[in-house]
Design a binder for this molecule. Structure first.
Ligand SMILES: *Cc1c(COP(=O)(O)O)cnc(C)c1O
Length: 218
């Protein structure tokens, strides 16, 4: 199947209000151009260097999303153009994003990556850590970051009831944070969860954004 056919098939399964992030990591720019020509404008990458190269060689109306682990020393490379950072995993990282965004005179959208999977290897905030961070109010001084919501990854397993439970926890934590810390912020509206193998379950549990690579580029 072609990229165009794959995209059509996926679009048919996305309800209104659920945004598709085309995960283009490791794909050559020709493939991204093909998806672009099918109308896609929102791409997700996991490595800063690759992201910069693709940004430079593709049309400028693409909204670039950083979905992979982000080291503080790499933030400066993407700060001038990044649209949304999903992998917001620490207060230290937020401070650096804020500083680099300020240098570019930009406000950068960021998600709190939260840890809901059983697997130890997946990173992200533990619920208690994040609630404590927000209660301390440090995030309020970061004028060049706009926190938009949460990002989560479920366990990689065929146990769909476990995956559903994890997505449900992510949605519940989003609701709790929204109510307690962002109630007056209409833009705090994003729940990024779901990949090729589990995005339908994620949508069932409240995802507003899905990140799909394999099912598009296979
Ligand atoms: C690679 C990746 C995806 C896309 O996964 P597919 O299974 O290829 O759809 C989504 N989110 C993150 C964080 C990823 O690293």
């Amino acid at each position: 199947m072609s990229i165009s056919q794959n995209l059509d098939a996926i679009r048919q399964t996305l309800p209104k209000g659920v945004e598709l992030i085309v995960v283009s990591k490791y794909q050559p720019v020709e493939k991204l151009q093909e998806a672009y020509d099918c109308g896609e404008r929102v791409f997700g990458e996991s490595r800063p260097q690759e992201l910069v190269k693709k940004y430079e060689s593709l049309p400028k109306d693409i909204k670039w999303n950083m979905i992979g682990a982000l080291q503080t020393n790499k933030v400066k490379y993407i700060a001038p153009f990044i649209g949304l950072i999903h992998s917001g995993t620490s207060s230290k990282l937020f401070e650096v994003i804020d500083k680099e965004a300020k240098k570019c005179d930009r406000v950068v959208d960021v998600l709190f990556e939260i840890h809901v999977a059983q697997e130890e290897s997946k990173h992200g905030w533990e619920k208690s850590e994040l609630l404590e961070y927000l209660a301390n109010g440090g995030h309020q001084t970061l004028n060049n970051i706009r926190f938009r919501g949460v990002m989560a990854m479920a366990s990689f397993t065929y146990d769909t009831s476990l995956v559903k439970r994890e997505f449900k926890h992510a949605k519940e934590l989003f609701d709790e944070i929204k109510q307690n810390f962002f109630a007056d912020k209409n833009y705090f509206d994003t729940i990024s969860m779901g990949m090729s193998g589990d995005y339908k379950l994620a949508i069932e549990k409240g995802a507003t954004m899905v990140r799909i690579g394999t099912s598009i580029f296979r």
